[in-house]
Write a protein that binds this ligand. Structure first.
Ligand code: AQP
Length: 326
């Protein structure tokens, strides 16, 4: 299967990005043809500091490598290095419908968030660029968190519509969801997803030092009562912490409930903090070593650019031919 997924360089990666997306990528690269990109063209749809963007993009590349993506097993590249993404996006804007784009939950949320400063057209067209990212490589599987499933459904609609109007070309890509961690919630507002653009205490960044991780988990909101039970509707905060514990420890939620049921929130949170801190400090040590090899990071992205561009140019040529543009 050909797999593709990406992350925006819009801030520091958090455990939601890791558990919902990257953890699966690391497993998938063992058996599938994988392409993983840094979607910088998506990140510019929100207010950002141009001087920081290059470093942010490199930071994500460092995170990818330190978490375990292996450039011998997958293609790692930067979206804006491949001009075919934006060219295909334009072609696909004639296939997507405005009503479909306006119905996207992420667009509605962000349009509300940025209403005062004005909503740029890129926010509305974001899912068409995402469809172009995916279809350009004739991707079959897209490992993402649950929040991206709606965008992926739209990609399938665009692929289907293109195929029936211009002739068969694109596979209809499927979402691949993590069994645990497809939707990690905010530590402060457990009914909202954990997000890198929300307040710092609401997420655990992959770069947080052990003491900060322990503190954030200690301060995470909990539900009323004292018993440890898994009940996402009745006890969303606790269930979220159980999901995180489960994903980091490899024990399932039922087993954790048996182990901690009557030991109280304090011990449960303390031990959860230790498990998360231990795994993230291994990642941080590896990342620190990689920080000293900027030429290696550049070389990985350059090799990725060349490999991705070969596929991208071929697909774009086929698309234009089918659309009568050559
Ligand atoms: N809370 C989450 N739980 C599980 N998966 C998540 N993902 C994001 N948040 C969670 C998954 O991470 C991948 C990369 O996401 P992205 O950075 O491209 O954009 P996003 O979904 O908008 O992530 P954020 O953190 O919420 O960023 P901002 O705040 O910039 O909008 C995707 O696969 C996503 O599903």
């Amino acid at each position: 299967m050909r797999i593709l997924s990406g992350i925006q360089p819009s801030g520091t990666l958090h455990i939601g990005n890791y558990l919902g997306a990257i953890k699966q990528w690391i497993e998938l690269q063992q058996e599938h043809e994988c392409l993983f990109l840094i979607v910088d063209l998506h990140a510019i749809t929100e207010p950002y500091e141009p001087k920081e963007m290059q470093q942010r993009t490199k930071n994500i590349a460092l995170d990818y490598l330190a978490l375990g993506l292996d450039p011998k097993r997958c293609t790692l590249f930067v979206q804006s290095h491949i001009p075919e993404h934006t060219e295909l996006m334009w072609l696909l804007t004639t296939v997507a419908q405005i009503g479909e784009l306006e119905r996207m939950t992420q667009y509605k949320d962000k349009a509300q968030q940025f209403a005062k400063q004005g909503v740029n057209a890129g926010l509305l067209l974001y899912p068409v660029l995402m469809a172009a990212d995916i279809l350009l490589y004739k991707t079959e599987g897209v490992p993402v968190g649950e929040d991206q499933v709606q965008h992926l459904e739209l990609t399938r609609t665009i692929a289907k519509r293109f195929n029936s109007r211009f002739g068969n070309l694109f596979p209809e890509p499927k979402a691949i969801l993590a069994q645990q961690g497809a939707r990690i919630m905010s530590l402060k507002e457990p009914t909202k997803k954990m997000s890198k653009s929300h307040v710092e205490d609401s997420y655990i960044a992959l770069s947080d030092v052990p003491d900060l991780i322990r503190k954030k988990i200690k301060r995470a909101v909990t539900d009323s009562g004292t018993e440890i039970v898994y009940d996402p509707n009745g006890k969303p905060a606790l269930s979220n912490l159980l999901t995180i514990f489960s994903a980091f420890s490899g024990k399932d939620a039922k087993e954790l409930v048996r182990e901690y049921r009557s030991r109280g929130y304090d011990i449960f949170k303390k031990e959860l903090g230790e498990v998360v801190a231990r795994e993230l400090s291994l990642f941080q040590q590896k990342r620190k070593r990689l920080e000293n090899t900027p030429e290696y990071i550049d070389a990985v992205l350059e090799t990725g650019r060349n490999a991705a561009r070969n596929i991208a140019q071929k697909t774009l040529h086929e698309v234009k031919e089918k659309m009568g543009l050559i």
